[in-house]
Write a protein that binds this ligand. Structure first.
Ligand code: URA
Length: 210
């Protein structure tokens, strides 16, 4: 479905995702579960970050100790639900820079239309992780990655909570080079572009707007 796909296999992720799917899960629970899973997905998505060494003094002696190489990591939220994933990952990498891409889905065509774009400068020197909980049609993800690639980022990854075959095929066609890290791959999309069985509208559930 995608040449660069990682479905993170961890019992805590599976359990928390099941809680998120349940209709009766409250907004507060949904929000904190998304942050908890984001932290676990972030652990996997940052596995390959490059290290260098720094000479430090412990209370007992000196040593060359590993530290992250290069400029600060960039987390980019595809608005609005991507913010929930970014909030969780910031607990793991508090010094990360944050960008936002605003895209809405045209209800008729389901195509992505950009209305906001603000990301940190000098992406060419940075590792970038793009966050959107739901990889549904893939149109938003493709549009966001098209736009972000113009900044020529050092490395680029896409993290989502749920993917489906349609979205994965779309990303495989347009961005086969971008690794995808997800908690699960669901069955399919419905006629309105929602993932089945899914968890409903991630933005509404995260922000309590419905
Ligand atoms: N966006 C959502 O929030 N949920 C879906 O199932 C698909 C897209």
């Amino acid at each position: 479905m995608h040449p660069n796909l990682t479905v993170v296999q961890h019992p805590l992720i599976k359990h928390k995702l099941t809680l998120m799917r349940r209709t009766e899960t409250s907004t507060a629970q949904f929000r904190s579960l998304l942050q908890e899973i984001a932290l676990l997905l972030g652990y996997e998505a940052t596995r390959d970050l490059k290290l260098t060494t720094e000479h430090i003094h412990t209370p007992l002696q000196e040593m060359d100790a590993p530290v992250l190489e290069g400029k600060k990591l960039v987390l980019i939220a595809i608005m609005r639900a991507g913010q929930g994933l970014v909030d969780g990952m910031l607990q793991l990498v508090p010094s990360a820079r944050v960008g936002h891409v605003g895209l809405y889905r045209d209800p008729k065509t389901l195509n992505a239309v950009e209305y906001y774009f603000k990301v940190p400068q000098h992406l060419h020197d940075r590792d970038v992780i793009v966050c959107d909980p739901m990889l549904a049609t893939g149109n938003s993800a493709v549009a966001a990655l098209d736009r972000i690639k113009k900044g020529n980022p050092g490395t680029l990854r896409f993290v989502c909570l749920l993917a489906c075959p349609e979205g994965l095929r779309q990303l495989a066609e347009h961005h086969p080079d971008v690794p995808i890290i997800t908690a699960a791959v669901d069955e399919r999309l419905n006629d309105h572009g929602y993932i089945l069985p899914g968890l409903g509208d991630a933005g509404d559930r995260l922000f309590g707007t419905k």
